[in-house]
Design a protein around this ligand. Structure first.
Ligand code: X2X
Length: 336
């Protein structure tokens, strides 16, 4: 019997090596996905959904690990696109606002009072303008795969109800670090201050700023009412779509099958997140009102006064966005 022992050992060693090499060959490829908001928010949930679908459909070959709170860019959300372009981060579910300093075409969505409703947003993202915007992103070494939605942005402040541009006079408003926002709030007579989301809540808490603008889901989940923001104006002045995207080199390292899985999963995760976000809007508004926040809605005439006050922002920004994209978007909105 003893003569068999070395053989048995050898067999065991070989079996062990086989198991080891099999496990190495199926070792998961990891892709780092950046987001600004965590999965407490629909935005972070969109990224998690993407990761879940990809993991499932690649049978664990690809793991997409989500890094929320802009941590891969040290909190500086307006550097997310450059970091993805250079390959410092592999992928992101990002906001059109945060990427607009590097992709001027994305300012389309931030043009004040340009997109009147959800159908308009869908007509733009789903049509020729959306294709041109995806081409603009791709020309900068990032592959866009699908759309999601942070939502229509509403205005809050600690001072009083706002229903006309004059009410914004000299109010310090926290805005994202994107130049168009500086122009919009300056045109409205406010005093805009650019800062990251990470700095926004502390600035609201100390009263360093009087107001901010964000979608209802963000106001609700981040409990912006708890930092003195008692007045909320529903003015739907712009929509902030999200884009699922991957760095070009990472994309090209995947085979066609996995590329298709990533793309389809992004489209599905985006559709799932958008319909959830839209359905939840009215409940969120009710919850915000129950916490004692005064909600102001605008009459047509009041809305028009804001449109007129910001008309100059369009004159300034349409050429930077590109006339063709703006025209394609306008046509899509009209025929929605
Ligand atoms: O910073 C913001 O306001 C946020 C969270 O909405 C974005 O990242 C655009």
């Amino acid at each position: 019997m003893t003569t068999y022992r070395p053989l048995a050992k050898l067999a065991a060693a070989l079996a062990g090596a086989a198991v080891l090499s099999a496990s190495l060959s199926v070792q998961a490829r990891e892709i780092a996905v950046s987001t600004v908001l965590s999965d407490a928010f629909p935005w972070g949930q969109a990224a998690e959904k993407w990761a879940e679908l990809v993991e499932e459909r690649t049978e664990g070959r690809i793991t997409m690990r989500v890094y929320p709170n802009s941590q891969l860019v040290n909190g500086d959300q307006t550097r997310e696109f450059s970091a993805m372009r250079s390959g410092l981060i592999d992928a992101a579910v990002g906001s059109t606002i945060n990427w607009s300093p590097q992709v001027p075409e994305l300012n389309l969505f931030s043009l004040p009072f340009f997109l009147p409703d959800e159908a308009a947003v869908d007509a733009v993202t789903g049509g020729e303008a959306g294709e041109k915007i995806f081409a603009a992103i791709e020309s900068r070494d990032v592959i866009p795969l699908g759309w999601g939605e942070n939502g229509f942005r509403q205005l809050s402040n600690s001072r009083g109800a706002i229903d006309e541009p004059q009410d914004l006079e000299d109010l310090k408003i926290r805005v994202v670090g994107s130049p168009l926002f500086q122009d919009t709030f300056t045109a409205l007579g406010a005093d805009p201050t650019q800062m990251s989301w990470a700095d926004a809540k502390p600035a609201l808490t100390t009263g360093a700023v009087d107001g901010q603008e964000n979608p209802l889901s963000v106001f609700d989940v981040a409990r912006i009412d708890q930092v003195g923001q008692e007045h909320l104006t529903l003015w739907n002045y712009m929509n902030d779509p999200l884009i699922f995207a991957v760095n070009r080199r990472v994309w090209e390292s995947l085979d066609e099958g996995d590329q298709a899985i990533l793309r389809e999963a992004a489209v599905e995760a985006g559709e799932w997140e958008m319909s959830m976000t839209r359905e939840e809007e009215s409940e969120r508004l009710a919850a915000i009102q129950e916490r004692g926040v005064t909600v102001t809605e605008l009459s047509d005439a009041q809305y028009q006064a804001f449109v007129e006050a910001t008309a100059g922002v369009h004159d300034e920004w349409v050429p930077k966005i590109g006339e063709e994209i703006v025209e394609a978007a306008r046509a899509a909105i009209e025929s929605r």
